[in-house]
Design a binder for this molecule. Structure first.
Ligand code: TRP
Ligand code: ZN
Length: 507
């Protein structure tokens, strides 16, 4: 196997010597190679403690995440009443290099005190929270960092383009959405998908309100007109994937035939008819588990908000969050967010530039559900429609010709493997990302394609993966030709043809 892959890689390298350089994958390994360099230098000689970086070297968002440590666990104690959030965050953090100071992604709330291993620590707040422990942290050392804070949380300008992020008011409460930024508005974190951790949350709200989060509800405690919800997330999660909503919710329990517990929280003002799109979630979970391997977490559910502020859905871990207006999309959006639990939540990107690994896979999962429930013709219709959109179908009226529309489409839909930082969730990442996987299926045939999907979900379960890892896997399964095809779909400005469906860009 190894040899076959090496050979494939060499053949590909030889080809790129002649081919257009635009199809070469960008190097998104900066973050991991810098931590490697650190590990080697600490091994050889003692290094003076130095300040940790304020970013992790993400190719699109260098400010996200922080250098010098990994977080293992977050214990968040949040008290929310009268629009004010009072929080205590206890972070279990392991230094990966000797640190005189380090950053956390946190802004917009007032920090009253910080301690490291129970010793008061100096701190500064500007764009991020800078913490200077009384004594430097040695490499490998596990420290317990406590941050006390308070304030009125708010929304964040979404530097990634579409979608509302940060803290929002719903019609009967509040909610947070955080991809890729936004978590910093309600708890301090190492906000990058490459640092996943477990979470324990105690969320206290006035009686009559319900606090919903990710994981399993371990219990509630009622004291003095307030109720505390204890949520436990036992599998590692990226900070942006932690759900939070406070409001008037009804809890509905179910279970898939395969034994996955399903716990939905539906806002009680919603129309029951609109919620019927969630009826087949148990069936969907078992269908996806059959294709991608066992559901990666111990519980699933939908968290459906009553709000006009978020016409969107987000794959928050174990419990996807849905805005009210997105429900019109029906079962496909339910399948899409569920698909993300394997692709995005369990297998997470190591760099935001690889976002198609989340959105392209979730889109294809959604199409697989369409195929399962509507037959092969329903899938083909989806693929044809998607292809036409990518080729500029919606732009023909304004441009006057198919060819001119395609020119414009090429400019407005960058290839999914190289999204732009200010438009992370461009249609291309979803639609051409999904088409990329369909093209791979046609190339490999169903048996090898579905084996590959399952290997992908299994090999990187609860971890991180890169586009390069994907291309390597494709090379192993289908050789240099399959790998080259994927590179064209992911990186070439031109839309590759799909001969099986008679699809090619206008010339
Ligand atoms: N990942 C979401 C999806 O399923 C889209 C999304 C990205 C989003 N950022 C968001 C939704 C912020 C709500 C808020 O496609
Ligand atoms: Zn998605």
């Amino acid at each position: 196997m190894k040899r076959g892959f090496l050979l494939a890689a060499l053949v590909f390298a030889a080809c790129t010597g002649r081919a257009a350089p635009s199809v070469a994958p960008p190097d998104t390994t900066a973050a991991s190679s810098s931590s490697l360099a650190t590990a080697t230098s600490t091994a050889s000689e003692p290094v003076e403690p130095s300040p940790g970086e304020a970013g992790l070297g993400d190719s699109l968002y260098p400010q996200l995440g922080n250098g010098g440590y990994d977080i293992e666990h977050y214990a968040l104690d949040l008290d929310f009443a009268d629009g004010v959030l009072i929080g205590t965050a206890r972070l279990t953090l392991r230094a990966t290099e000797p640190l005189s100071s380090f950053y956390l992604d946190f802004s917009g709330l007032d920090v009253s005190s910080v301690s490291v291993d129970e010793q008061p620590a100096a701190f500064e707040t500007a764009k991020e929270l800078l913490i200077r422990p009384a004594r430097p942290l040695t490499a490998g050392r596990v420290a317990s960092v406590r941050i006390d804070y308070e304030g009125t949380p708010g929304a964040v300008v979404n530097f990634a383009g579409r979608f509302p992020v940060g803290w929002h008011e719903s019609l009967d409460g509040w909610f947070a959405l955080s991809e890729p930024g936004g978590a910093e508005r309600w708890f301090p974190s190492n906000n990058h998908p490459s640092d996943k951790a477990t979470f324990s949350m105690r969320i206290t709200v006035p009686d009559g309100l319900v606090a919903v989060s990710s994981g399993v509800l371990e219990g509630t405690e009622s004291i003095d007109g307030q109720v505390t919800y204890l949520w436990e997330l036992d599998d590692p999660a990226a900070p942006y994937l932690v759900a939070l909503a406070i409001g008037d919710f009804e809890r509905r329990e179910d279970e898939s035939a395969g034994g996955v517990p399903i716990v939905n929280y539906f806002d009680s003002d919603l129309d029951v008819a609109d919620l019927s799109i969630f009826d087949r979630q148990p069936e969907m979970i078992d269908f996806f588990a059959g294709l991608f391997g066992p559901y990666p977490f111990n519980e699933y559910g939908a968290l459906v908000l009553d709000t006009v502020q978020a016409p969107a859905a987000l794959e928050t871990q174990t419990r996807s969050t849905f805005g009210t207006q997105i429900l019109v999309l029906g079962e496909p959006v339910v399948a899409h967010e569920l698909g993300h639990q394997w692709f995005g939540d369990s297998v997470s990107v190591a760099d935001w530039g690889d976002i198609w690994l989340n959105e392209g896979f979730a889109t294809y999962a959604q199409w697989l559900w369409t195929e399962h429930s509507g037959g092969p013709a329903a899938l083909a219709a989806e693929v044809v429609a998607g292809y036409k959109t990518m080729a500029g179908a919606s732009l023909i009226e304004s441009t006057g010709s198919e060819a001119a529309a395609y020119e414009l489409a090429r400019a407005s839909f960058p290839p999914p493997g190289s999204p732009s930082a200010d438009d992370l969730f461009s249609q291309s990442v979803y639609v051409r990302g999904g088409l990329t996987l369909h093209a791979l299926r046609l190339e490999l045939g169903d048996r090898r394609f579905f084996e590959l999907l399952e290997s992908w979900a299994t090999d990187h379960r609860h971890g991180n993966a890169t586009t390069r890892d994907f291309l390597d896997l494709v090379g192993l399964a289908g050789g240099a030709e399959a790998r080259g095809l994927m590179e064209a779909w992911l990186f070439s400005p031109d839309l590759p043809p799909i001969d099986e469906l008679n699809l090619r860009p206008p010339s």
